[in-house]
Ligand binder design. Sequence first.
Ligand code: GLN
Length: 539
Amino acid sequence: MKETKYIFVTGGVTSSLGKGIIAASLGKLLQARGFKVTNQKLDPYINIDPGTLNPYEHGECYVTVDGHEADLDLGHYERFLGVETHKANNVTTGRIYQNVINKERRGDYLGKTVQIIPHITDEIKRNIKLLGNKGEFDFVITELGGTVGDIESLPYIESVRQLKWELGNKCLIIHLTYVPYLAAAKELKTKPTQHSVKALQEQGVQADILVLRTEHNISMDIRKKVALFCNVEQSAVMQSIDVPTIYRVPMNMQAEKLDEVVLTKMGFDLAKTPAADMAKWIEFVEKLENAKEEVRIGIVGKYVQLPDAYKSIIESLLHASAYNNKKLKLELILSDKLTEENVEKKLGNLNGIIVAPGFGPRGMEGKFTALKFAREQNMPCLGICMGMQTMSIEFARNVLGYADANSTEIDSTTTHNIVDIMDEQKDILNLGGSMRLGAYKCKLKRGTKAFEIYGKEHISERHRHRFEFNNAFKAEFEKAGMICSGMNEESDLVEIIELKSHKFFVGVQFHPEYSSTVVKPHPLFISFVKASINNTKSL
Ligand code: GLN
């Protein structure tokens, strides 16, 4: 049993400073020193989970192997640490209140008045400690969503105050703030930082380490001033300067000695602690930064105004491009606006396209147009989830000749419902809901592209969808050259389709993007990018 230490990352001044990246970077540095680490995110919103949130509200919904619909920061944690997260790694205010109210209804509180302190804060602390109590981790790094001073954040800050009191130096608080540069005065300004640290102090929490997000280097003098005003040692005031890629942040934070200061403050003897081995990470970042030749990839989807909606796909493409020594030139293409008339102009100069996941009818027809173009032009194309579903419908319409082919999600009256709710799905749902969520095992057919890509017969991938390929059309598809190359292990559900006579035309019912990491880019993305690089015809 490990004795777990708890680190909290709070944020001040503004949102979007990159708390998740700082938390993941610290996790990476501690892991690189041989420690077992997990990252957790506490979200102050009242939704039970982000599953029902429109991607425009909160970016992509990430899915863990155990089928939890989670905040996209968990994606950063997995990509940085290469360690799977679970439901316990993401907690929302909605879930905290739901648990407390359920307990109240069960009579667990024995007639007491149920209050924010102690009942809500106890439930928050219980959820934080759930990870530590496993005895698996040296460190649990918990990121508090929101900004200090928000009404929603108060119970979380109060819980951190209590934990610090209970755990002493087994608990540490890192506060991330912003130091703006006033161009007119040519000066970096620390006042917002001072205020934000004070706001934290007013709630009884003293930060141990301050990370100052900045666009310009912060001098020793300024650090000294911040240290003095904020009751923090000067060595514990460090900067996080803007970088072209988030993957540089761990190296920058290592240069700022974030890991060393954390360990020293938590009572470790640095002389007895192994140095961080970041070799593989650095190798990746250098490849990413040094690649000169471009590979031009388009993502065809309907949420393109907010790239965060496709966070994991974009990161997976970055991993795979760097792996292939190429610089990713990404284009986000709004499927609603794609037509037969403009498709050549919009896709013609790309090396490959991804047809994105999504729910509902908006932008569907544009996806068909993109797919037809890629299929006919022999342009590499990867369809993900809804992308795979549209891939099969386009094939049914334009190759099999079923003009009314559709998904029952879009049109329940069609006679050619290529994508439908399948009985086989109901048999294997592991969460009791109607969505297939989390990891499912898949068997690959030998001799197919899928088999060649993964290099093995048995794989496991994460799902998040309600509809499935309709098996009634399987034989007809295969006869016409669209092979079902991956099947669910426990049922007859189709997980991968691929076009035999094509450079790369693969559709996957699952989401490979959730499991691509820096050190281990996903084979499907590696192979798709490779095929795109080799597709010079459309250059
Ligand atoms: N709309 C599809 C379904 O529910 C696909 C969802 C997705 O792309 N994640 O089956």
